[in-house]
Design a protein around this ligand. Structure first.
Ligand SMILES: Cc1cc2nc3c(=O)[nH]c(=O)nc-3n(C[C@H](O)[C@H](O)[C@H](O)COP(=O)(O)OP(=O)(O)OC[C@H]3O[C@@H](n4cnc5c(N)ncnc54)[C@H](O)[C@@H]3O)c2cc1C
Length: 387
């Protein structure tokens, strides 16, 4: 049996190919070899953001004029595929960083942009996205964190939970109610009234250094608001989550590829009943399912990428579709890879059990499978209604 492709067969635009090749080499050299240790320890190396910033990976959505090294959506996706195959936790930390950088690039004042974006592009300032609360998950409009007007600024009260990179981020994009309307704020770490409580590593993305944020009379100036009052969910968070879903979709393509690579490697070398297990047709069936899912997930992610590239508004629903399919397929591929590796796949430190745990989280973050289904069905019903 031929090996699955070590690299994605999809090629980015010509001028981005060298960039992609350099990023892939960096990920293979610096990130993949440490992924299992990071997962076991539940943390990323301290120097990671600045190292990635030096290589341009923290400035993928930052304009050149602000020190970034932006890439087109397809190259962005292919980099996230490689990250997803190497270390889903690193991919998640970079994705939320990009969500915050993109929101600043789109909604912040020129002063805020000049203040944050160059440092974010260098990886010196890591961004984190704080929407979820202890009592509020999928129903984001129900957020309770409040920004009360106080003097020339605001005083924040409330808590945010499950915040990726919360333990290490320098800047939080926080969604809070202001005048009863969801509104976004940029709040730096160290602001008095903000305390950060590390969370124990969860099932998957164990190294993503999650934290809970507590705001108690956290006083901030008016200039830290991002976008107008009331634009926090429908504009700022919606655009950020759209980018986040795109990163997750491609990250899942990478996870499926990693599962397929691990499973085929084992199927060639493991001998049972006197033959390599790849010769058992039931094993071939499992491998075929993963191979088909990989191709389908990549096609859906590419379709979303092409629409995003051309600025087509249908890129949003295409991204939901890609994320929904790829997350489910990654979960399936994780289970299948563990099955093919047998006990070896269950062993502590085995990458495939990490892939399985990480894939489960992909079905929950950036809008759960059920929320994606609701959005996809609503879109389908509207389209049919137009016929
Ligand atoms: C590892 C990890 C990292 C995360 N990182 C971040 C982060 O950086 N920033 C951040 O803000 N949040 C983050 N989250 C939180 C994540 O976004 C939420 O977990 C997610 O939005 C779902 O919310 P919930 O877990 O509260 O589930 P709930 O909303 O309580 O949902 C529970 C179940 O009910 C289903 N459900 C809910 N509503 C409906 C509906 N209308 N129809 C059908 N089914 C429904 C859901 O699909 C789910 O299966 C992270 C979570 C994890 C696990």
């Amino acid at each position: 049996m031929a090996l699955p492709e070590a690299q994605s067969p999809v090629e980015p635009p010509e001028n981005q190919q060298q960039r992609l090749a350099r990023c892939r080499a960096l990920i293979e050299r610096e990130i993949r070899p440490r992924a299992d240790a990071c997962d076991a320890e539940g943390r990323l190396p301290d120097e990671l953001p600045v190292m990635l910033g030096r290589e341009g990976l923290c400035g993928l959505v930052v304009p050149e004029g602000q020190g970034g090294r932006p890439v087109d959506p397809i190259t962005y996706g292919l980099i996230h595929e490689q990250l997803g195959a190497a270390c889903a936790a690193t991919r998640a930390v970079l994705t939320v960083h990009d969500m915050v950088a993109a929101a600043i690039g789109r909604w912040a004042s020129p002063e805020q942009q000049a203040d944050w974006l160059p440092r974010m592009a260098r990886g010196e300032t890591l961004g984190a996205f704080a929407l979820t609360e202890p009592e509020v998950g999928s129903d984001a409009k129900a957020i309770r964190t409040e920004a009360v007007r106080s003097g020339d600024g605001f005083s924040l009260h409330g808590s945010k939970r499950w915040i990726t990179a919360g333990q290490i981020a320098h800047l939080f994009l926080v969604l809070a109610r202001c005048d009863e309307k969801p509104t976004a704020f940029l709040i730096p770490r160290g602001t008095p009234g903000l305390t950060i409580e590390p969370l124990a590593p969860p099932l998957g993305l164990r190294a993503a250094m999650l934290a809970e944020l507590h705001f108690a009379d956290c006083r901030i100036p008016a200039g830290w608001m991002l976008g107008p009052v009331g634009s926090g969910l429908n504009h700022v968070a919606a655009a950020a989550l759209d980018l986040g879903r795109y990163g997750v979709a491609w990250g899942c393509v990478g996870l499926i590829r990693a599962c397929l690579e691990a499973a085929t490697r084992r199927a060639r070398t493991r001998v049972q009943f006197d033959v390599p297990i790849r010769e058992h047709q039931l094993i071939q069936g499992l491998i075929a399912e993963m191979a088909v899912d990989l191709k389908a997930a990549r096609e859906l992610a590419m379709a979303a990428g092409r629409l995003r590239q051309s600025g087509d508004p249908d890129g949003v629903i295409a991204t939901c579709t890609a994320k929904y399919f790829a997350a489910r397929a990654a979960m399936h591929a994780g289970q299948t890879a563990v099955q093919i590796l047998g006990a070896e796949g269950c062993a502590a430190g085995s990458p495939v059990q990490r892939y399985l745990r990480d894939a489960k989280v992909m079905e929950i973050i950036e809008g759960s499978n059920q929320l994606q289904q609701v959005m996809i069905a609503t879109d389908a019903l509207q389209r049919q209604g137009r016929l």
